[in-house]
Design a binder for this molecule. Structure first.
Ligand SMILES: [Mg+2]
Length: 204
């Protein structure tokens, strides 16, 4: 049995046209405006909490924004708009569904997602992209308490899908470096066909 994991953002799905545009869309929904100062201050708070795997980084970003600027809209309402905007902007990589389905058709393969994101947000994006039915496991680094390339999410992924050999396809150094450290096969997705990256996996 082989378990083939895929990174989510930038690999299985993309944010169209950009994460910055999705952020601006969320603030437009809540406040009817999206000044750069809000976007930057929110992002600063979000990134700090996200990197540390703090439990609710989106909420933390909004709370930081409320503390540092004149932004006075509700935390729940704003977090909801951020999720809605990010999900609405999520699109699958064109050949993602076909590639996952082809891999899953082989009974010797298990297919999973290994992502650095927050569990409920990443699951919502996977569903919005129409890919949930094609994967056997969704593992978020948040559940492991550390982000790729840390070994913890790779260990958790191995426990979720017991297999003889593992691989990760991803678009970032954290993906390929973490996979190499874990003794997994790996391939970098560079924005072309996802199937080509799967073919590039360096299985022993
Ligand atoms: Mg990525």
């Amino acid at each position: 049995m082989r378990a083939i994991y895929f990174d989510l953002d930038g690999t299985l799905v993309h944010t169209r046209p950009s994460i910055e545009a999705a952020l601006a869309d969320a603030f437009q929904r809540v406040a009817g405006e999206s000044p750069d100062e809000w976007l930057e201050t929110y992002s600063e708070g979000f990134v700090e909490q996200f990197r540390a795997c703090r439990p609710a980084p989106y909420r933390g970003g909004v709370e930081h924004l409320r503390a540092e600027t004149d932004f006075g809209y509700g935390v729940e309402e704003t977090v909801g708009a951020l999720l809605d905007a990010e999900v609405a902007a999520t699109a699958p990589t064109p050949d993602a569904a076909a590639t996952l389905e082809r891999l899953g058709d082989d009974d010797d393969n298990a297919v999973g997602v290994l992502t650095n994101g927050v569990p409920e947000w990443q699951r919502a994006k996977l569903a919005a992209a129409g890919l949930t039915e094609h994967v056997d496991a969704v593992v978020t680094a948040y559940e492991a308490g550390a982000h790729k390339p840390d070994p913890a999410p790779f260990d958790l992924a191995e426990r979720r899908l017991p297999a003889d050999a593992y691989a990760l396809v991803g678009d970032a150094d954290a993906d390929v470096d973490g996979a190499a450290d874990a003794g997994w096969a790996r391939a970098r997705y560079d924005g072309g066909q996802l199937a080509d990256a799967v073919d590039d996996l360096d299985w022993p």
